[in-house]
Design a protein around this ligand. Sequence first.
Ligand code: N01
Length: 484
Amino acid sequence: MTRRVVIIGAGFGGIGAAIELRAHGYTDVTILDAAPGIGGTWLANTYPGAACDVPSHLYSYSFAQKRSWSRLCSPQEEILEYLRNVAREHSVDQLVRPNTKVTACRWDDDARLWRVATEQGDEYTADAVVIATGQLAQPSIPNIPGREDFAGKEFHSAEWDHEHDLTGRKVAVIGTGASAVQFVPAIAPVVGRMSVFQRTGNWFLPRKNLPYPRSVQRLIKAPGVQKLRRWGLKRLYLESLTLSIRHPRTVGPVLKLKSQIFMRHQLRDPEVRRKVWPDYTFGCKRVLFSSYWLPALQRDNVEVVTDSVERIEADGVRTADGRLHEVDTIIWGTGFRTTSFMFPMEVVGREERSLREEWADGPHAHLGMTVPGFPNLFVMYGPNTNTSGGSIIVYLESQARYVRTALQEADRRGAAAADVRPEVEAASDAEVQARFEGTAWQACDSWYRDETGRIITNWPGYMHEYEKATEAIDPSEYLWLEPG
Ligand code: N01
């Protein structure tokens, strides 16, 4: 049966899904993306120092292993180039319609298909829709009063203004998450002076990420070594981070100790040490890998500010202690609207059910992908599929495979679509939530949780568990809709 598939998002998820589907005979695939090209998060995030903090032999497709990465964790341009090359090599680059923002996906129950509407007023019809817009696509800037009064330049880290020369500038950086941890050390030597506004300190593990020497490059090009790196040592190492988060009282303290030794060693300035030392359980928020952040904070031209940001004024940032920090540039390193998922896109399933309403009490989906009443709608990097210690690419590949097996099963049955059984989805959601019990993630607030405290972004287990759970669709978990 020919099936038309519309994929929304041309990042690692969408491109991977298109390759998987085409490799199995589903040739009618269209990829829509609001951005001007392939890349997703790696197209948007071009800030100085942008790089992955997962080793590249894992942060790449299993079917397209590259042996010439320049360093352990690749810089943004190298990852973007890799993704574009893979898309080209598998001829899915031609399927991408850039600058095409999807506004709505509506299920037509009579015709048993999806109608996908774009901002330009076009409509695509599809037998299946894959929403691969990710969790980290919508920049978030907190609602701090006075922003409109600021006389200088401001931008978010995911919308870096490369035209704005930072040389000699007085810069405020608000936020100290994974993005700031990369761009602050990169710009600190260039700016005149920098105030880093920190709300919460982070746990760090060392990572220098230097370019590989030639001898190492030659060694890791050997196929056996490559395989060992991908499936062996690093994988175990990454899963050990999950292990420590899952067992904060027993295993957690081991990595915590490692982090403490590293941080104490780097934090020579007692004042800075006092300010940045985290006050929550290791692993509760994302553990950060950098050997450059703490030294950058101790530079003469950098100040860490821990008084909370009260308002923005024409000349700078006013903190709760009444002090005005005069700056001419504000960089928001304040992360993403991680609880928004694909919204504000309108997603309407059977019987006019709105996904936004279905998720009013928190997003949930079977294996993070399927929701009852939304037949043949698959979410990639959906609720509870963020990885704590592994590579998201492993999860995305698992999801692509699952989508493909769902379509194959529908073909085998002559069915129009698969609709996950409500009781299956409810049980898997309950199981996921139960598995968070006693984990480090429950010990503090983070972008993993919604306003009710429910953990909605993360997978509670290990990478290999998710791979196993999504190996193939279990037909008994779905209702199979007759053709219309
Ligand atoms: O965003 P974040 P990010 N006043 O949400 C602070 C991935 N990623 O862009 O911790 C003051 O982590 C907030 O403070 P707090 C990765 O998965 C990967 O840095 O909430 N501060 C925090 O410090 C990562 O986890 C890579 O108290 C405010 C910061 O802003 C995810 O993207 C690189 C504030 C936001 O940090 C997001 O990272 C980059 C306020 N009102 C990103 N509101 C790599 O692979 C928020 N903050 C390396």
